[in-house]
Design a protein around this ligand. Structure first.
Ligand code: MF3
Ligand code: CO
Length: 258
C-alpha cells in the first residue's frame, strides 16, 4: 500500500458517496432491527441479506486476522466489547445492553465504513452519557477535518473531549483513510498533538472512529481471535463515519438521507 494519501477525483467522490449511502442505509436498517431477545447472529444475518439486496459485499467477511479470517458480515460489540465483536447465536440482546454495530461494505468499487451505537431498552444513565460522549467526540473530530488542518488536529480534539469527560482513550486501534480499499493511509489516532501529522486537503476521504472506555483503557483480544474487550469489564464505546474533506465544511458521507 502506498503511503501517499489519495485525493479523490470527482468521479471517485461520486463513487464514495454511493458506497457510503449504501453502507449508511444498511446500518440504519440493522439499527432498527435491534430488539430485546434477538441474537447478534440474527442481526448479522439480517445485515448480510441487506448488503446483498443492494448488490454490495461485506468488507469485514474474510478479512485476514492473526488467528483466523473474520467470519461475519458486521462487527457487533456489546457492553465491555470495544470493537470486532463476532456475532453469535448465544449472545441474546437484553434490556440495558449498549452495542456498536460496525458495518463496512464495497459497492461498485468503493468502500463505505460506519459504526453506530445502539441502546437496547432502558439503559443506565451513565452508559447513556458515556455513549453520547463518544458520539459527540466523533462530530467534534469531524469538525476539524478541514483543508489546511492536520490529522493531529482531529486526533487532539477527540482526545481532549474524551479526557474532559473522564473517558479512557484507546491507542491500539485507529481510524483510517478509505477509498477503493477499506484501509488506506493515513492512520487517524484518537489521541495526538495539534498541528502535527499529514496535511488535510479537499478530496480526501477518511473514516474517523473514536474508541473510548468508561474505566481503564486496557484491552485484550478474546480467544476467538477478534473480539476486543476491556480488561476491567467496564463499558466501551465506538462510533464511526466516513467523511469527505471539502473546501468548506466536511461532508459526512455515511449520514442516512431521509
Ligand atoms: N470497520 C472496521 C475498521 O475500520 C473493520 C472491521 S472489519 C474486520 O477497521 F474484519 F476487521 F473486523
Ligand atoms: Co473503520
Amino acid at each position: 500500500m502506498s503511503k501517499t494519501i489519495h485525493i479523490k477525483t470527482p468521479e471517485e467522490i461520486d463513487g464514495m458517496r454511493a458506497a457510503c449511502q449504501v453502507a449508511a442505509e444498511v446500518l440504519d436498517r440493522m439499527v432498527n432491527f435491534v430488539k430485546v431477545g434477538i441474537s447478534t447472529q440474527d442481526l448479522d444475518d439480517f445485515g448480510r441479506d441487506q448488503i446483498k439486496e443492494f448488490g454490495a459485499t461485506s468488507s469485514a467477511y474474510g478479512y485476514p486476522g492473526s488467528k483466523c479470517k473474520y467470519p461475519a458480515y458486521s462487527c457487533i460489540s456489546v457492553n465491555d466489547e470495544l470493537v470486532h465483536g463476532i456475532p453469535s447465536k448465544k449472545r441474546i440482546l437484553q434490556d440495558g445492553d449498549v452495542l456498536s454495530i460496525d458495518l463496512a461494505l464495497y459497492f461498485k468499487g468503493f468502500c463505505g465504513d460506519n459504526t453506530r451505537i445502539v441502546r437496547v431498552g432502558r439503559i443506565d444513565p451513565i452508559a447513556d452519557q458515556f455513549s453520547k460522549v463518544a458520539e459527540d467526540a466523533l462530530l467534534i473530530g469531524i469538525s476539524k477535518a478541514l483543508p489546511g488542518n492536520r490529522i493531529g488536529d482531529i486526533s487532539h480534539a477527540i482526545e481532549t473531549y474524551a479526557i474532559d469527560h473522564d473517558c479512557g482513550v484507546i491507542r491500539e486501534f485507529v481510524g483510517h483513510g478509505i477509498g477503493r480499499e477499506m484501509h488506506e493511509p493515513p492512520s487517524i489516532p484518537n489521541y495526538g498533538r495539534p498541528h502535527t501529522g499529514p496535511l488535510l486537503k479537499a478530496g480526501m476521504t477518511l473514516a474517523i472512529e473514536p474508541m473510548f472506555t468508561l474505566g481503564s483503557p486496557d484491552i485484550y483480544v478474546d480467544q476467538d481471535g477478534w473480539t476486543v474487550k476491556t480488561h476491567d469489564g467496564s463499558l466501551a464505546a465506538h462510533c464511526e463515519h466516513t467523511i469527505l474533506i471539502t473546501n468548506s465544511s466536511p461532508e459526512i458521507l455515511t449520514l442516512v438521507k431521509k
